[in-house]
Each structure stands twice: as structure tokens, then as C-alpha cells.
Design a protein around this ligand. Structure first.
Ligand code: DOR
Length: 426
């Protein structure tokens, strides 16, 4: 026991993997001490009219450190995450240097130690994410890395991917794939279709994603390795994943808010804020991604939070880097745009990704005795997205000016209120 004040989150509706009930939540020594009626403590966080949920968990955050601190740092990314209701985020490895060794994993974890959101590190599958030589996954796994990915690119070589999956299966870790066949995508900057033709921008066909999904499902069958498909964007990808899961393969998938809210038609003004990989697709693809989130083919909403410094996003469409901000808007977009019960939205944003990430011992539950990682959401509050007001060092939100519903009011990290009434506490 410490003498830290006890906290009660009072008057809300608790929603977690155990169901929904009106209850107060008491936090003591960084843990959930009690969930029940009429509880009290030294300090009260008001949750009247609010949902009290386990903190959100993001499988896909580009934090840019080391190497591109002008776009984001671990600290600013984690700050945006906490404001967005997250208590855990997974740093992607496409930094400079890449997160492809124990030394860089240690550096990222160290940078995240005092952040206001738990920062976990992924590790690269191949050295420097170059797709040629396996990275030392065992030494990274020894530091707690549970997800390996070359995100930013996919592993192109079939034989190397098979080896990686055999190695990963032996280590008991998950490989996550950015599915994109480089040769088919070569020179493309948006989805190949009606809009790329109209705009005169070279396209990336849906098949570039689907071929790699197909290959990795086959390799999961061959090796038994669990594979997680990142930012799924096409109807046929979703269908293949649904079939693979039904067939008992160890397959999971995520989708981003932008792939269920925006389409290639949004690129019509040549604004690079809509440039992203995989690209924004068709209405039918958006509908299929939404259907996949609804029926469980896609188990997680992940942000692919990809900050880019303003001067780079002001370049012409074909020269600007792909990627968009996500951490501060994901929850509201899901609540506003997905026609799903809030329990299901929170499963997609919290406890299901926590399981995929292997952090469900610390995140994704409000059961008594568990770590107190909590977010309190006002589901009816409306607000207007404004990149200028975000914690990120970058401003590249494609939702600027959009009215959304659902606001994070408080975030509690290991018992410490790090966001109170929408304000960061340190
Ligand atoms: O649009 C994207 N941006 N897709 C990726 O896979 C990488 C990301 C980035 O790092 O900017």
C-alpha cells in the first residue's frame, strides 16, 4: 500500500469485456479496487452521462523517434494518444534507424517510460526493413516485443517471409504485415481506378494488397505462425481474411478509421492530406471494411497514425509522403461513422487489440485487481476536428473541420489521471 489518494470514477456506465452496467469504479494503488454502486474515495472524477471503459489500445502508431523528431516524438505521440483515450500504443519500426535490434527497442521503450500513455515497441522483421535478411527477432522478443512488422513496406520475398514465420512461430510472437506488392504498386500514389484515371495520378491496384494477403494466409497454413494483417483496405482482402478465420487459421486483421470513412474520390482536389498507404479505395471497399468490423472478420480498429511535417505534406500529390494523423480522432470517427453498439466499438478499439498485441494482462479490462488503465467517454459530446489544436507535432489530419460525436473526457494510466476534463495533467 502507498499513501496515494484513492480515486472514484463516479456516475458512469461501465463497459468492458464483462458487459455493461451502471457502476462507480474505485482505483487504489494503480489498480481497480472495486466496481459497484455508491462507492467513494479521496478524489472523484465525474463520469455522469459517460461511458467508463478500459483504455484504448492502438496496434499501429508511427511515433517518428528516433530520426524524424520534427514530425513527432514518442512524448508528443503518447500525449495525443492519451487525449484520444489510449492507454497503450504500439510504435511502428520505420524510424531512422529502424527498430530492428535490441538497442533501438531499448531506446524507444526508454523514450516512452515517462510518457502519459504506455508505449510498446514493435520490431522489424528484416534488417533495416530492407526485406533481405532476417532481423534478430529473438533479442527483441527477449525485451518483450510481441509484434514484428516491416510496416511502411511489406516483406516481398516469399521464401524470406516463410523463414520469418517459422522463426516467429518458434518464438511465440506474431508477425504483422503491411500488404503491398511493390512491383505492382511501383510509381502509384493512389488507388488505381476511376479517380486515378480522371486525375491523371498513377494508381496502385487493389490486387497489390490482395496478393500479399493471399500469400500470407497460405504461409500461415504452412508454418502455423500467427499473422496480423495491418490496415486492410479492400473488399477481397476482407473476404479472404473472413474465410481464413472460418478455416481455423491463426489470422487477425485491423482496419483504420480512414479506410472506413474516406474514399479515393476525396483525392479529387489533389490535396496530399488524403494520400496514404494503402490508398483510400472505393465505396464498395469502404462498405466491405465496415461489414468486416461488424461481423468480426476485422478484430481491431488501428490508427496508422502517421505524422508528417507540414512542409512535406505541402508538396505536390505525387511527391508528398503518404500518411495521416489518427490518434486524436479514431474513437470519435468510429462512434460517429460506424453503425455499431458502443460495446462493439470499444471491443474493436480496446480489448481485442490488447489481445492481439499481447498486452491484455495490463490493458483492456476493468475487472477488480487489474491495472487501472481507463478512459471515460462522453458519447454524446460533439466537437469539430482541428489539427491546430492537436498534441501532435504535425497537422496532417484529413478531417479538418469535420463535426464528430464522442469525446474523451478523462484518461487514467496505471491509476494516474493523465487527462482530466479533456486537459493533459502533465
Ligand atoms: O500512409 C502510410 N504512412 N502508410 C504506411 O504504411 C507508412 C506510413 C508512414 O510511416 O508515414
Amino acid at each position: 500500500m502507498t499513501d496515494a489518494p484513492t480515486i472514484v470514477i463516479k456516475g458512469g456506465r461501465v463497459v468492458d469485456p464483462d458487459g455493461s452496467r451502471d457502476a462507480d469504479v474505485v482505483i487504489e494503488d494503480g489498480r481497480i479496487a472495486a466496481v459497484g454502486a455508491d462507492l467513494s474515495a479521496d478524489r472523484t472524477l465525474d463520469a455522469a452521462g459517460c461511458i467508463v471503459a478500459p483504455g484504448l489500445v492502438d496496434l499501429h502508431s508511427h511515433l517518428r523517434e528516433p530520426g524524424k523528431e520534427e514530425a513527432e516524438t514518442v512524448e508528443t505521440g503518447a500525449r495525443g494518444a492519451a487525449l484520444g483515450g489510449y492507454t497503450a500504443i504500439l510504435a511502428m519500426p520505420n524510424t531512422t534507424p529502424a527498430i530492428d535490434s535490441a538497442a533501438v527497442v531499448r531506446q524507444v521503450l526508454e523514450l516512452g517510460r515517462d510518457a502519459i500513455c504506455d508505449v510498446f515497441s514493435s520490431g522489424a522483421i528484416t534488417v533495416d526493413r530492407a526485406g533481405e535478411q532476417l532481423a534478430p527477432m529473438a533479442e527483441m522478443a527477449a525485451l518483450g516485443v510481441r509484434i514484428f512488422t516491416d510496416d511502411g513496406t511489406g516483406v516481398q520475398d516469399n521464401r524470406l517471409m516463410r523463414r520469418a514465420m517459422e522463426y516467429a512461430a518458434g518464438l511465440g510472437v506474431t508477425l504483422a504485415q503491411h500488404c503491398e506488392d511493390d512491383a505492382l504498386c511501383g510509381g502509384g500514389h493512389m488507388h488505381e481506378g476511376e479517380w486515378s484515371a480522371r486525375l491523371g495520378i498513377a494508381g496502385q491496384p487493389a490486387e497489390a494488397e490482395e496478393l500479399m494477403v493471399m500469400r500470407d494466409i497460405a504461409l500461415a497454413r504452412l508454418t502455423g505462425c500467427s499473422i496480423h494483417f495491418q490496415h486492410m483496405s479492400t473488399a477481397r482482402s476482407v473476404a479472404m481474411i473472413r474465410d481464413a478465420i472460418a478455416g481455423g487459421l491463426p489470422v487477425t486483421a485491423e482496419a483504420t478509421p480512414h479506410h472506413f470513412t474516406l474514399t479515393h474520390a476525396d483525392c479529387r482536389g489533389y490535396d496530399p492530406v488524403f494520400k496514404v498507404n494503402p490508398p483510400l479505395r472505393t465505396d464498395a471497399d469502404v462498405a466491405a471494411v465496415r461489414a468486416g468490423l461488424a461481423d468480426g472478420a476485422i478484430a481491431a480498429i488501428a490508427t496508422d497514425h502517421a505524422p508528417h511535417a507540414p512542409e512535406t505534406k505541402e508538396l505536390p500529390f505525387d511527391q508528398a509522403p503518404p500518411g495521416m494523423l489518427g490518434l486524436e480522432t479514431a474513437l470519435a470517427l468510429a462512434l460517429t461513422e460506424l453503425d455499431l453498439p458502443i460495446e462493439q466499438v470499444l471491443a474493436l478499439l480496446s480489448w481485442q487489440p490488447a489481445r492481439i498485441m499481447g498486452v491484455d494482462d495490463l490493458h483492456g479490462s476493468l475487472a477488480e485487481g487489474r491495472a487501472a488503465n481507463v478512459c471515460v467517454i462522453d458519447p454524446e459530446a460533439t466537437w469539430t476536428v482541428d489539427g491546430e489544436a492537436m498534441a501532435s507535432r504535425s497537422r496532417n489530419t484529413p478531417y479538418q473541420g469535420r463535426e464528430v460525436r464522442g469525446r474523451v473526457r478523462h484518461t487514467v494510466l496505471h491509476g494516474e489521471p493523465v487527462v482530466v476534463d479533456t486537459e493533459p495533467q502533465r
